[in-house]
Ligand binder design. Structure first.
Ligand code: SF4
Length: 420
């Protein structure tokens, strides 16, 4: 949308009160996210000035359009996730007839076929998130995303390759591949090993991008071919974000996720054997229905055994419209928080020890900022915003990658000096 708006002559500004068009990109994944989206819309609607247009976009609009229309008096337009590319038309219609709200929510998926030639990348400084598919064909029992987004639709390989070239021309240093399930890329196009083949073509055709990173892999489908491709090309970072959600087979079955945990252990071994210092990030849900101390301890023991580089953990949220809804929400919020804290305490010790093994080593770091004599960057082990940072006492060029010798380590972050 930002890309389309820019091409149509709109400019982004910092203060909402000065904008003609206010667009809130909402989230409808779980209730706290819904509440936050509605609150933001209500705040803007209350302060809306004459001539201002307020539009709700994103997942919440696709799923709960009536809720928005009733809870946000003064909303002018609602645009679903499947026709975001109609944003300019919607604005023009609203400008023509300012007092008639327009809700534009068709159900047909248009990704891959009707994207108005828009670059599907969110650029942030020197990195860009590149969308390779949208929707999900899995059926995890706690997750509403397939309800909101529909089944997976992969974008054509040629389009993604052309966009990678454009990103290289823009000087992007890190391309981060995203989808609801990146490892399923191409399955709907009848492709086998779609992600591995796509990545290989990207690296061969656009070798000038030094870093390619994969987020949101699905356990059980990190194939040998994908591991081989990752190991073969230096540009593909030895990093994988693979949300596992739990480690107890009974809970995993209830979550309708791959429950053979031995396969996960084997996959981690293969990745670590193929690529030394391979970094793994994962996510866990605590307090899922049926999780007692026994199942929770299985999870803790698994974390101690695997020693992940980064863990994101969340308490279970019972979500309307998911198949786990009927299981109820028997674990108390207090107990969920207690388990979350216990899990994170164990992980903090692991993270610190892992980080300390890098002291004295030199690792590539992409510089993202500078303040007061300190440059701030990320190593290959850190995805933007979710993992750690590297602090360097030197003024280094923003957007460039430098070898940094690590001199100190904390739970999340590292400290270093440029390797001369
Ligand atoms: S793979 Fe991810 S997006 Fe798809 S259903 Fe499971 S949790 Fe949701």
């Amino acid at each position: 949308m930002a890309s389309l708006l820019g091409t149509a002559g709109f400019k982004g500004i910092q203060k909402p009160e000065q904008a003609e068009i206010l667009i809130v990109n909402t989230c409808g994944f779980i209730k706290p996210a819904r509440d936050e989206s509605i609150e933001e819309l209500q705040k803007l609607a209350k302060k809306k000035k004459k001539g201002q247009i307020l539009i709700a976009a994103g997942c919440l609009t696709q799923r709960y359009r009536e809720l928005i229309a009733t809870q946000v008096p003064g909303i002018d337009g609602i645009i679903g996730t499947k026709r975001w590319m109609d944003i300019i038309d919607l604005i023009q219609e609203l400008r023509k007839e300012p007092n008639i709200p327009k809700y534009n929510i068709p159900e047909t998926a248009t990704i891959g076929s009707d994207e108005h030639g828009v670059l599907r990348a969110a650029i942030q400084g020197s990195n860009a998130y590149l969308k390779i598919a949208d929707g999900c064909r899995r059926s995890c029992s706690y997750c509403a995303i397939p309800v909101i987004k529909g089944t997976q639709v992969s974008r054509p390989e040629e389009t993604i390759l052309a966009e990678t070239q454009i990103l290289a021309q823009k000087g992007i240093k890190e391309v981060i591949l995203i989808a609801q399930d990146t490892t399923d890329y191409g399955s709907d196009l009848g492709k086998k090993d779609g992600l591995a083949n796509l990545l290989e073509r990207m690296v061969i055709q656009t070798p000038q991008i030094p870093w390619y990173r994969i987020l949101y892999a699905y356990p059980g489908v990190v194939t040998n071919r994908l591991i081989d491709v990752m190991a073969k090309y230096d540009q593909i970072l030895p990093y994988l974000d693979i949300p596992l959600q739990h480690a107890d087979p009974i809970i995993l079955k209830k979550m309708k996720r791959p429950s053979n945990i031995e396969n996960v252990v084997t996959m981690v071994e293969k990745l670590r054997t193929a690529m030394p210092d391979f970094a793994i990030r994962t996510t866990f849900i605590v307090g899922f229905p049926g999780e007692t101390e026994k199942e929770f301890n299985t999870l803790l023991n698994f974390i101690k055994e695997i020693k992940f580089d980064h863990i994101g953990a969340f308490t279970y949220f019972q979500e309307v419209g998911t198949s786990a809804f009927d299981l109820g929400d028997p674990v108390s919020e207090e107990e969920k928080t207690n388990r979350l804290e216990r899990l994170m305490t164990i992980q903090q010790e692991i993270s610190l020890k892992k980080n300390q093994t890098f002291i004295g080593k030199s690792i590539p770091v992409i510089i993202e900022g500078y303040n007061d004599g300190i440059s701030v960057g990320r190593s290959y082990r850190d995805a933007p915003e979710i993992d750690g940072m590297v602090f360097i006492e030197d003024k280094l060029e923003i957007g460039e990658i430098f070898p940094i010798k690590i001199t100190d380590a904390f739970v999340h972050d590292l400290v270093g000096i440029p390797s001369r």
